[in-house]
Ligand binder design. Structure first.
Ligand code: 6PG
Length: 244
């Protein structure tokens, strides 16, 4: 899948452009089949995107027709500052008045993490049935090592062909260690995958994934190649030499 790459001067510009794309995808999905399914990204970068969406009052989209899922979650309670759910709740769900029944979080607090993963697979099965879920939109970030969701370089989870959700451990130096993540079969089934990446520290990984040579598939982000559209939103610092 050839990615569509959009660059902006700074993180706020990249987030604003990504927010517009999110609105377009959500509106189109609702127009096409009456609802939209969106898997949210974790980490810190998406906060600007979520706040931009909320600031626009949701941009006139029918958010009451959107079901929210998560690409990954840290194995922490939902009130932990490390929780991807908490970030989305504070920056997006609460400001937009999203009903809790339409937010399907990964229960990171459930022990052991494998049980949390199994429960989330059950949540997905209940919503999508037994076929591999085709999400309308998957939002992703990328770490400086090229990880995405909680798929880390060298992880056995990258080879997963059947399970939709697995428990993993982050490599040393990345905390929280225990996580639950969607797998590539599910991410790559999405109608649209949107990466939002900013900051100079990400430049080498961006170049390795999107540079003019062959993508370095050692990097998990390079293995995200959806059946639908692949969009990358970058600020100038992360884009580096990709910038015209
Ligand atoms: C997570 C994310 C992870 C994140 C990258 C980038 O749970 O940490 O899913 O893949 O997108 O680590 O994180 P930042 O946006 O904070 O740089």
């Amino acid at each position: 899948m050839t990615p569509t790459i959009r660059m902006a001067a700074d993180p706020a510009g990249a987030a604003a452009a990504a927010a517009k794309a999110v609105l377009d995808v959500v509106r189109a999905a609702i127009a096409e089949h009456g609802s939209a399914t969106v898997a949210l990204a974790g980490g810190g970068t998406p906060a600007l995107l979520y706040r931009n969406l909320a600031m626009r009052g949701g941009g006139g989209a029918r958010w009451d027709r959107v079901e929210f899922f998560f690409g990954d979650e840290r194995c922490v309670p939902p009130r932990s500052p490390d929780s991807n759910f908490l970030l989305a709740k504070e920056a997006l769900f609460t400001p937009l008045g999203i009903e809790p029944a339409r937010v399907h979080r990964i229960e990171g607090e459930v022990e052991p993490p494998a049980e949390a993963a199994e429960r989330y697979a059950g949540t997905l099965r209940r919503h999508f049935g037994v076929e591999v879920p085709r999400l309308d939109l998957v939002l992703l970030g990328m770490g400086v090592d090229g990880h995405t969701a909680s798929l880390f370089p060298g992880s056995a989870a990258l080879l997963e062909k059947s399970r939709w959700v697995v428990a993993v451990q982050a490599p040393s130096g990345i905390r929280p260690v225990d996580r639950v993540t969607l797998t590539l079969p599910l991410l790559n089934r999405a109608n649209t995958v949107l990466f939002l990446v900013s900051g100079e520290a990400k430049q080498p990984a961006v170049a390795a994934v999107l540079g003019d040579g062959r993508a370095d598939t050692q990097l998990p982000a390079a293995r995200v190649s959806p059946q639908g559209r692949l969009l990358w939103f970058l600020d100038r610092a992360a884009a580096g030499r990709l910038c015209p």
